[in-house]
Design a protein. Structure first.
Lengths: 202, 202
DNA sequence: GTCTATAGGCCGATAGAC
DNA sequence: GTCTATCGGCCTATAGAC
């Protein structure tokens, strides 16, 4: 139950965020959100008009959380490539440790086309023109720079995405996972730099 | 529409596989499966009793596809670590190119606890006792071998998991993605071996 | 085995009192 | 703003004819 000194609207948003993230759009019932927020179902529609509109609000928050802090780091013209890797890893492991289900939620709702929010965000331009893309191209002109982005994101985000499966098969316990992630926080930047330095024959 | 010379039961399974994978358990309506299979809704319940039971069948197929070919490669006592990496990468890129939504489907349905199938599969034992874990420990005794598995899976699976997001933001087109994946098929084994060879200071 | 028709329950949304 | 009560539609599952 959400308590504290939140307005009714904020309480509903908090609860919606929690339940949508756990169950996805189609698995969520507005009644559950209302219960979690400690208010009546009618009130949810009074504030947000419909389940869809409430979901879009939550999705917008989640996208900001997923991209808001990272894009500025990648776009910074004043830092070196190595500094960007260190900063981005640190920031992402922070965000994901606080919001472990964030990437799986966003990816899977976008895949199911439950959100049109992507059309409203200029990620493409921001990303393709970012300083880090230029720096990777300088360092490794023979490869698509997306390879290194995917390596970075795969090493950083994938453990959080795959955690439900690892847990279900008891490959790792919750406290071991925390330790595992704190090791990766230091290892991933080292590994990414290693991959960037060693020219690979195709 | 599924045609060919499939039995009714197989047609329903095929269609269920397709639609569950696209929309997840809670986003799927049994009517849509029946339509896709070109049969009546009542017939679906005649063969499979319920939506849940049909889903469990599909999930079992998907888990076999995801683990069935890979675990034997990782458990083979006669191959070297390098050979295992080459074979596993090749096999996984094949499977995932044919079934790009497979990992996202499995992960996200397990996260939503829509399936109990994990309790029926002895993945933990098979994996923890596998030859590859021993070989990684020999090569890099100072690190949790799970780090290298996660690196491998992150580099291999993550591009497929994240593709809906990349596509939504137009960071990559479908034909470019095919090319991108065929590059990674060669690059990932090289990168993984590189990470295994270079001792990392923690 | 396969169909039509419908029961029965769930869920999103709203009317209307306070 | 917040509630109770309820509508109307959708979805799974089944009864029963062929």
């Amino acid at each position: 139950m959400v308590e504290k000194e939140l307005s009714t609207e904020e309480k509903i948003l908090e609860s919606a965020s929690k339940i949508f993230t756990e169950k996805g759009f189609s698995g969520t019932r507005t009644r559950d959100i209302a219960d979690e927020a400690g208010i009546n179902l009618a009130l949810l529609n009074y504030y947000f008009r419909s389940k869809e509109k409430l979901f879009e609000q939550v999705m917008k928050m989640k996208m900001m959380l997923l991209f808001g802090k990272i894009l500025p780091i990648l776009s910074n013209e004043k830092t070196t490539l190595g500094e960007k890797i260190d900063l981005a890893a640190e920031k992402y492991f922070d965000i994901l440790s606080e919001n472990p289900n964030l990437p799986l939620f966003v990816i899977s709702e976008i895949q199911k086309k439950n959100s049109n929010i992507t059309s409203a965000m200029p990620i493409r331009k921001l990303f393709l023109n970012s300083a880090i893309i230029k720096q990777i191209k300088e360092q490794r002109p023979e490869l698509n720079p997306l390879h290194f982005l995917v390596n970075f994101l795969g090493m950083t985000i994938f453990p959080f995405v795959a955690k439900p499966v690892f847990s279900a098969f008891e490959l790792i316990k919750d406290d071991e996972f925390k330790q595992f992630i704190s090791e990766r926080r230091k290892l991933v930047p080292v590994w990414i730099k290693l991959l960037l330095e060693h020219k690979t024959e195709l």
